[in-house]
Design a binder for this molecule. Sequence first.
Ligand SMILES: Cc1cc2nc3c(=O)[nH]c(=O)nc-3n(C[C@H](O)[C@H](O)[C@H](O)COP(=O)(O)OP(=O)(O)OC[C@H]3O[C@@H](n4cnc5c(N)ncnc54)[C@H](O)[C@@H]3O)c2cc1C
Length: 446
Amino acid sequence: MDIAIIGAGISGLGAAHALQQRHRVVVFEQDARAGGHTNTIEVPTPAGPQPIDTGWIVFNAQNYPNLAALFAELDVPVRPTRMSFSVSLGDGAYEWRGSDNPLSFFAQPGNLLRPAHWRLLRDILALNARCRKLLREDRLPDGTLGAFLDAQGFGGELRSRYLLPMAGLIWSCSPAEAAEYPAADFMRFFEAHGLFSTMNQPCWNTVVGGSQVYVRRLLQRFAGTLRLATPVRRVERAADGVRVHSAAGVERFDAVISAVHADQALRLLGAADDTERRVLRGIPYTRSRCVLHTDRSFLPRRRFAWASWNYLHPRDEVHREPISGSYWMNQLQGIASETPYIVTLNPRRPIAAAQVLYETDYEHPFYGPASVDTHRDLSAMQGRGGLWWAGAWTGFGFHEDGLKSALAVVARLDPHCLPTWAVLGAAPSPAAAAPAAGALHAVAVP
Ligand SMILES: Cc1cc2nc3c(=O)[nH]c(=O)nc-3n(C[C@H](O)[C@H](O)[C@H](O)COP(=O)(O)OP(=O)(O)OC[C@H]3O[C@@H](n4cnc5c(N)ncnc54)[C@H](O)[C@@H]3O)c2cc1C
């Protein structure tokens, strides 16, 4: 078959890698580089160029079985990373860090004397114990996370100083929106990622040399055609296949796989039907400014409170502003340098130009209760008139979702191309998905 794939992120590249074995594959990518949200920047340093990831960063074998298997096939070098989470409020007036070192909970020694900080500790432990009990007994509550916290009588510290900022970073939403997340999905997700305990945490990894390494290895093995800087403008079904309109002209294919975001896919479809419009409009996207820089004031004031990912806010409140957080890339990627390399999402104040190394915008899907209906209807759309749909948006927005969606299309388009290691299973659930668009996770609370 002649197959076109639109988009060279993990979803498009994953599909291309499998299908090229038996088909003529053409990948269209609008950017001048392949990778999509896999976006490593080479930063010049006195010791030579330092690759730093700005989009996709971490994975673990437990929650990302397909990605781990693909990396094993490609022999992608990975290294374990340390995951931790900090909160810094009021310009450092209140700080703590959750990590594998229990002392970091008192990174600000004055907190030893603050009853509210001890209350936070008590509530974290109580939350963990109660949620795990409900999960064990299969008695997950209906309703939102906020309603659950109210019903259980948890204090305000748990919301504004821990749970909702962390959930907001994981799901790329404000703390107030995180409180609207379904409580049952929240519990399954936290349990699957070992976030209710210091024990049994998955081993998180980053790619040695930056995430671009796996993209390069995929491209080295790709025998089809990759058209960079070639945006697809329109896709239309025809009697003899599907026509793709791009700067390369109008070409006919037997099948086309859309591996772009849902809203982008809708814009490409000249004549979308009602189901396609409903499904592709059903996934809202949030846009985040992402800045790679060296301004340490975007990390907690106390050095001992620096974590892999850090939530800073001027006020102690559950707000509705875009979530802002900083990844400390030295820790995540094992960069031995006195210069802190920081990726900040939605910086709340300007960063001096001299300290900015790179900036871009990322758009990522936001998942709410309505997404469940959208995902259900998607299945009926697959393959209609030769058009197939892949992308992290078809799951919960993570890398594993993107790859899994590509493999699910391959399984139906030509099962002979499906890798032996593919794990498809049921529709992705929050518990099967992984870290956040715009955030990392895993905090070992004391
Ligand atoms: C800052 C950030 C950090 C993240 N960290 C993690 C993480 O640590 N772990 C994790 O699992 N997930 C993470 N994510 C989520 C990440 O978005 C997904 O993991 C995944 O990379 C999305 O893959 P995709 O293939 O669906 O989309 P994309 O990677 O966005 O790829 C879509 C591609 O389609 C191209 N395209 C769009 N329109 C056209 C067109 N008309 N013609 C041709 N090409 C087109 C785009 O240029 C792009 O290359 C993070 C996201 C962000 C924003």
